[in-house]
Design a protein around this ligand. Sequence first.
Ligand code: SF4
Length: 398
Amino acid sequence: MSTELIKGHNRIQNGRVWDDNLGGAVGVEALDTNDVIKVLHLPNDVDLTAIAPALDRIETILIDFPAFTDGRGFSLARLLKTRYGFKGLLVADGQLIPDQYAFAMQCGFDAIRIDQDRLARQPQADWAQGLTDFGLTYQCGYAVKGGPATSVFDARLTAYDDLKKNDEYYGYSAELTLRKAVERFSGKIVLASSLGVDSAVLLHLAAKIDRNLPIIFLDTGKHFRETLTYRDQLIDRLGLTNFQNITPDKDALKVEDPDGTLHASDPDACCNLRKVRPLDNVIHGYEARITGRKRYQTPDRAEMPILETGGRQVKVNPLAYWQAKDVTNYIQQHDLPPHPLLALGYLSIGCQPCTTRVAPGEDPRAGRWRGADKTECGIHYIDGKWVPIERKKTFEAF
Ligand code: SF4
């Protein structure tokens, strides 16, 4: 890199702006010599094992940030300072914004280098404030209406304050969310479990907090025998002391589904009879319900908040932001028993008549009500239908 290319740059260090004096930066090809290197410029996808032997003769390293959403440079900084013990000056070079300043320091950078245009838009006061405004929650990402933030001001206004305002459990771990919800709605909160393939996760988290937490299971009379066995196994393993099986009203069953085939002719009516109404009968005394739903499971759930208000009852979705791999990891880490049908190709399990295996590569929920225009049983709907709460889109900053 020639000195011309870095003319007009400044360095932000300890919250202050300094004239940049990092001229004469060279690229990795300079490592072929044994000379002392004053300033080395690295792309953010560089292989550090090739640089490591030369680190003790490099005075300053600039790491390129081609976009503020590209966080690979942070990982390089951590590795250079912790794994490879780089003792020289480490400078982030490029498109960082003030809100990333504190995190850059945490990763091992000593300074950030920006051009004059950026400094004009984001003056020293912004950078100094960035050191105190944002903590680790910053890494949870921004929430910006209509896409990525275009300025630091947009990011500040929308990312932190608005998301926190709309979803006060934003940024909490699943366990902390659950713990806070159980404390907040003490005695008035219930966990509804489907005993599906990943139900063990939420039940395990609940057992860590309060083994006597009310847990309800909609025992529709149509479940797989394996699901009922799994239920008993988990109750025993986790020591759950307040597990309740909720069954449909016997008289209503005789009238509305006398031969037990309503699921085939009218699955919505069947779900209403065997799930929605029995649930309604027991949960009206609770102010909040804990669910194990996740955003990735269905398009309807894609923007589901962690703390869901607006209906008759608050819903707490501690696993909302979890991915399938998070569930798998948790189950493995805690050695939780798998649902017996998982090994047989059932990736989402409900009542036996309405659940089929899924083929490799198929959506896990494709086996639920296969062939029918139905994706939910209704118990997560308000007044019979899903009522989406306006949410801002999120994206991972890095
Ligand atoms: S999932 Fe099927 S069997 Fe179960 S309640 Fe709904 S329609 Fe009935």
